[in-house]
Design a protein. Structure first.
Length: 319
């Protein structure tokens, strides 16, 4: 597996890294589905083991993935996987716990301790603000100060900033001064250039870890008709899964990529995923891998497309 230096962290991570959102299983926050249904712990553990074997050494999770379930599954792996060989990231911010702000210091303090216990580690390599919904300047300043204190205390090594909206990341990035950012990016939804995030990353030599590059599986072209998902599954909230025109377009794009990259063992996801690496020299892709077969497929990715091929793929999905 090819590796990249994750900006000023100076850590070498696999260009295709492991996203473990699904390992938390189905879950809800109030009436909103926020998890992934159909996942079992045996598949998750086998995927983690295989990921280590093939050199996928950067694992990303969050405290709210299954309310700690994903973190605990990872934490149980250190009997067979050397902890020092994994660059481990988790997040805080999506559980108010009754407070009136997303990043109340008491909540953050409690959650970093929970994550350390769940993951069975003394230190978290990369700890993210899970989103940029800071309720006020005071709340923001308190949260950043506490993150820096976690670093001084040796609970975390690096600070990260994440959000679905790259423009929101840009609103706070200078004052947070993160070591890495985690924006949503796919060839279907791409704000990396227009938001100014790409230039900021390059100017400050920070790492970037793109999440949901397959738009939750939609871009693979595996769906032949509009799809529905059980309660507790985040994909309920993605309107494109119910749009017959989008589904048809993904099927057509799949045929194009199968022809374009016919010599690659994974032609479709090679095109869709590796196109995002072309303009990200300090970047990696967080790819969900729910079982051993998906890990093996991921292990065949990670080589950036040429500028020409990347432009071809992005234009295909912009039509």
């Amino acid at each position: 597996m090819k590796q990249v230096v994750l900006g000023r962290t100076n850590e070498k991570v696999s260009t295709i890294s492991l996203g473990t959102w699904s390992y938390g299983g189905g879950n809800k926050s109030g009436d909103t589905s926020i998890g992934w249904t159909g996942q079992n712990d045996e598949d998750s553990r086998a995927a983690l083991q295989r990921a280590w074997e093939v050199g996928i050494n950067h694992w990303d999770t969050a405290d709210v993935y299954g309310n700690g379930r994903s973190e605990k599954i990872i934490g149980a792996m250190w009997s067979t996987i050397p902890r020092k060989e994994i660059f481990l990231a988790t997040k805080v911010g999506w559980n108010k716990e009754g407070f009136d702000t997303w990043y109340h210091p008491s909540m953050m303090r409690r959650h970093v301790e929970h994550s350390l216990r769940n993951l069975q580690v003394d230190e978290i390599d990369l700890y993210y603000f899970h989103h940029c919904n800071f309720d006020s300047d005071t709340a923001f300043e308190d949260a950043v100060e506490l993150m820096r204190r976690f670093k001084e205390e040796g609970k975390i090594r690096f600070i990260g900033l994440s959000d679905w909206d790259s423009n929101k990341i840009m609103k706070y990035i200078e004052r947070v001064d993160p070591d890495a950012v985690q924006p949503y990016r796919s060839v279907f939804d791409d704000m990396h250039h227009s938001s100014g995030l790409k230039d900021w990353i390059e100017d400050h030599n920070i790492g970037v870890c793109f999440f949901s590059p397959l738009k939750h599986g939609l871009l693979t072209g595996k769906y032949t008709e509009p799809a529905t998902f059980p309660d507790g599954d985040f994909r309920q909230n993605v309107n494109e899964f119910g749009d017959a025109d989008v589904i048809q377009r993904m099927l057509e794009n799949k045929v194009v990529l199968e022809k374009k990259f016919k010599d690659h063992p994974q032609p479709v996801i090679h095109g869709v995923v590796d196109a995002l690496l072309t303009d990200a020299p300090t970047g990696c892709i967080l790819l969900g891998q729910r079982n051993v077969d998906q890990v093996d497929a991921a292990a065949e990715l990670g080589e950036a497309l040429s500028v020409e091929d990347s432009r071809f793929v992005k234009d295909l999905y912009r039509k």
